[in-house]
Design a protein around this ligand. Structure first.
Ligand SMILES: *[C@@H]1O[C@H](CO)[C@@H](O)[C@H](O)[C@H]1NC(C)=O
Length: 343
């Protein structure tokens, strides 16, 4: 069979009569009990801390990162002639990636003073900021222990980079007053650090565990990096186009936080009036509403979407260098889901 992704036609060379399986159902078996296993890592006798740490592992997350990690692991395994077996350490990486992601959400909610996430009250809203910070730290410490248990120092160092990037990305987002030229570069770098680094380095880690070829590590990393950036670009679009109800948090949240994301930055090229608002981080009365109107009048959303497509194409280009497998093809298909998602 062949299938068409943004005008690029791919052929499934080994499985001419096999149906393309959707990424979620393909990874489902390996992801079973993932949240239960995570909760088992959060060993703590104090009931209140336990409740905080378990709060977001309620099975309502999309498990988007673990899914990519599992599919990448299996794709790399096939590529390395290890068909059919997912290494326990690779599944641990899937679990650890979700733990690091969740810890960062807990901390982000404190930094942004958010009161809702996924349609429920945030930890800081329910228990207060101080306990939320500690809960995030605790989840990170449990992730670090799980990582150490894998016993591979290369993998430890690859995933430690993620935590550094998360901190640096958050810092970049805090007080940026860069000029117009550097703004976009700064935005993409921040996007890599805050979102894509986790996916890129988790993908790299599972490849390291099965294959010693640096070229394979690079393929896994680049796939994750490109999909991760595309994912965040779409997230930034949804902040303008999706309803608050669907998102489970208020829309235009980024503008309210003073953040100029892709759609605004593109809109600014068309409507220079936005420049002053971006510089003062939409802090004057009516800025958020006015900026919102400009963005919807502009083709900022369309251009950001176009950029996301570009990153997805690059992700496909990278992953296509692996030997064909159902999982590899699911990773190709996943880029389409990233672009099409509406929440
Ligand atoms: C990590 O694991 C891979 C795959 O088993 C192995 O080739 C590599 O030597 C290990 N590295 C370390 C530092 O343990």
């Amino acid at each position: 069979i062949s299938y068409n992704v943004y005008g690029v036609v791919f052929c499934c060379s080994i499985c001419s009569d096999t149906k393309l399986k959707d990424p979620f159902s393909l990874a489902q078996k390996d992801l079973q009990n993932l949240y239960e296993d995570i909760k088992k890592q959060l060993l703590v006798s104090k009931a209140e801390l336990k409740a905080l740490c378990d709060y977001y592992f309620d099975g309502k997350g999309k498990a988007f990162r673990p899914m990519i990690v599992i599919l990448m692991a299996r794709a790399c395994n096939v590529h390395s002639n290890k068909e059919g077996v997912l290494l326990p350490a690779q599944r641990s990486i899937a679990m650890i990636s979700e733990m690091i992601h969740t810890a960062s959400l807990v901390h982000d909610d404190v930094i942004d003073d958010s009161d809702t996430r996924r349609g429920k009250n945030t930890i800081n809203q329910v228990w207060g900021e101080r306990k939320a910070i500690l809960a995030g730290d605790f989840i990170l410490s449990a992730a670090s222990m799980a990582l150490a248990r894998i016993g591979n120092t290369t993998v430890v160092s690859v995933l430690s980079q993620v935590i550094e990037d998360l901190v640096r990305g958050e810092f970049m987002q805090l007080g940026s007053k860069e000029n117009e030229n550097e703004r976009f570069k700064h935005y993409l770098e921040k996007t890599f650090k805050k979102t894509a680094s986790l996916i890129a380095n988790s993908c790299k880690a599972v490849s390291i565990l099965v294959n010693s070829d640096p070229e394979v590590h690079e393929i896994a990393y680049q796939y994750g990096r490109n999909v991760g950036i595309a994912f965040q670009l779409v997230d930034d679009i949804l902040d303008f186009t999706s309803s608050a109800k669907r998102l489970g948090k208020p829309s235009a949240a980024d503008l309210r936080l003073g953040l100029a994301t892709g759609p605004v930055l593109f809109a600014c090229q068309q409507f220079p009036e936005l420049h002053a608002m971006i510089m003062r981080r939409f802090s004057s009365d009516g800025d958020v509403d006015r900026a919102w109107q400009y963005v919807l009048k502009s083709d900022g959303v369309e251009q950001t979407n176009y950029l996301a497509q570009h990153y997805c194409q690059e992700a496909i280009h990278q992953i296509s260098r692996l030997r064909p497998s159902t999982e590899r093809d699911a990773l190709i298909q996943l880029t389409e889901l990233v672009l099409r998602r509406d929440k």
